[in-house]
Design a protein around this ligand. Structure first.
Ligand code: EPZ
Length: 425
């Protein structure tokens, strides 16, 4: 397995162009199932998860033409050859569940492996299934698979989701575009990725309003058609590199993104004393030269502080002046970066869903283990600030969500390299 080696201590300086959002691109790719005409997506990031989703779509019979140079994908679901999403693909990427709604809407049936849990939590899909049942689907769980049928098509319904769920909102919104009648999603997720998906569906001919609020209304139509759509910037990558500037005492220009995509994160970052200067196509992040002030953080659904930025903010707080109480309210096990940060000299105590971070003057490099996508990047951030050498193992987690991260950081002065695993002779 590849490793990443970092020698910390260099303040980062330069410009980083933010890629398209992984968590927007994944549902956008599955939206292609809803039409028998071509869907053209641009600003698609080059990530392991995108490759995995394309594999899944191709085994459903969708033609995918990818131009990496132009970050473009052409998808053509002229016909669906197979309505099964197999376990060996779904287990690698939970977002595969996003084919369920589109397959049911397009074909009237779907057999999708249950995604199972992952390291950050059990992550059930009951809200997805309950919503589809309320739209008239018959759903049975058998041998680890979701067997869903809607032979007479889906019907519009008013669905109140018990918990705010991003992919459940996306699955149900996509399914509702071809349902008979109007669907109302109550307690819907409000993330920018939901709005981006709604924009693409509208370009395909769907009738949707209220996306970005907690109530989304979809009026079913009989057919969706060809569309082109550019994937929204990745707000989590944006926040991650903003912290890279802050934690190294440097200054970075983050291009092709916007502070509007992560309002709560920006306000917390400014409270720590970091300077943020918006421009027309991005924003500057500059260390103030004073010590980082400790700020309390609680993760919440958008527009609250994103759970996907919790580990990265914790890395910054490990070197704050004072302390920070970080509370994770979305997932039940999202502190796996804590023991690894402590091996680098951080002072963190976990009580249930809260972690008390007492600032230390200096982290020290160490060999550390990545456990999930966002935890692994928090170790890279800590390594950039630490004195000495940090080796991050299991970097395949990183490759799932960050496009060429070591190149982007090295171009801003970081001493960072990927060490390919020596192939056993
Ligand atoms: C999406 O996951 C993101 N993934 C996650 O990003 C992100 O952390 C999460 O939203 C929260 O923002 C994609 O968009 C592909 P949820 P999702 O359903 O939709 C519970 C990353 O690092 N829940 O919003 O799976 C669930 O257990 C990934 O890029 C149910 O109980 O998350 C959690 O506690 C990690 N039943 C809460 O809701 C359900 O049917 C929010 O989960 C669905 C969810």
């Amino acid at each position: 397995m590849d490793q990443i080696r970092i020698v910390g201590g260099t303040p980062l300086k330069g410009t980083i162009t933010i890629s398209g959002a992984k968590n927007a691109a994944l549902p956008l790719l599955t939206a292609a199932i809803l039409s028998d005409e071509v869907l053209e997506l641009t600003n698609i990031p080059e990530l392991a998860d995108i490759k995995c989703m394309l594999e899944l779509l191709e085994q459903h019979g969708i033609q995918a033409t990818r131009n990496l140079e132009q970050k473009k994908v052409l998808l053509h679901a002229q016909s669906i050859a197979n309505t099964t999403a197999p376990y060996d693909i779904v287990r690698k990427m939970r977002a595969s569940i996003l084919v369920l709604g589109p397959l049911l809407a397009r074909c009237g049936e779907a057999r999708v492996s249950l995604p199972g849990g992952c390291s950050i939590g059990t992550r059930p899909v009951d809200i997805h299934l309950q919503g589809l049942e309320e739209m008239g689907a018959e759903i049975e769980l058998k041998e680890g698979y979701i067997h869903a049928k809607a032979p007479k098509g889906l019907k519009g319904a008013t669905i109140t989701m018990r918990v705010v769920s991003v992919t459940a909102t996306e699955n149900l919104m996509m399914a509702a575009t071809l349902a008979d009648g109007t669907t109302k999603l109550v307690n819907a997720a409000r993330e920018p990725e939901i709005v981006d998906l709604a924009n693409c569906l509208r370009a395909m001919g769907a009738s949707i309003e209220g996306d970005g609020t907690d109530t989304i209304t979809i009026h079913g139509v009989t057919k969706l058609h060809h569309a082109q759509h550019r994937v929204v910037a990745d707000r989590i990558e944006t926040g991650t590199f903003a912290i890279a500037a802050a934690i190294t005492g440097g200054e970075l220009y983050l291009k092709d993104t916007s502070i509007e995509l992560l309002p709560s994160f920006i306000s917390v970052l400014q409270k720590t004393g970091v300077i943020v200067e918006p421009t027309s196509d991005g924003f500057w992040v500059k260390a103030s030269g004073h010590p980082i002030t400790g700020v309390d953080v609680m993760t919440e659904p958008y527009p609250g502080f994103a759970t996907d930025l919790q580990a990265q903010m914790m890395a910054l707080m490990t070197v704050c002046q004072g302390a920070s109480l970080i509370t994770e309210t979305i997932f039940e096990n999202r502190f796996m970066h804590v023991p690894e940060l402590c091996r680098m000299g951080a002072n963190i105590t976990v009580h249930g869903s809260s972690a008390l971070v007492r600032g230390v003057s200096q982290l020290r490099g160490a060999p550390v283990m990545a456990t999930d996508l966002r935890a692994s990047v928090s170790l890279v951030l800590a390594g950039l600030a630490a004195e000495g050498e940090t080796w991050v193992n299991r970097v395949y987690h990183l490759d799932r969500g960050y496009e060429h991260i070591e190149d982007k950081l090295r171009h801003c002065g970081a001493h960072i390299e990927r060490v390919k695993e020596a192939i056993a002779a």
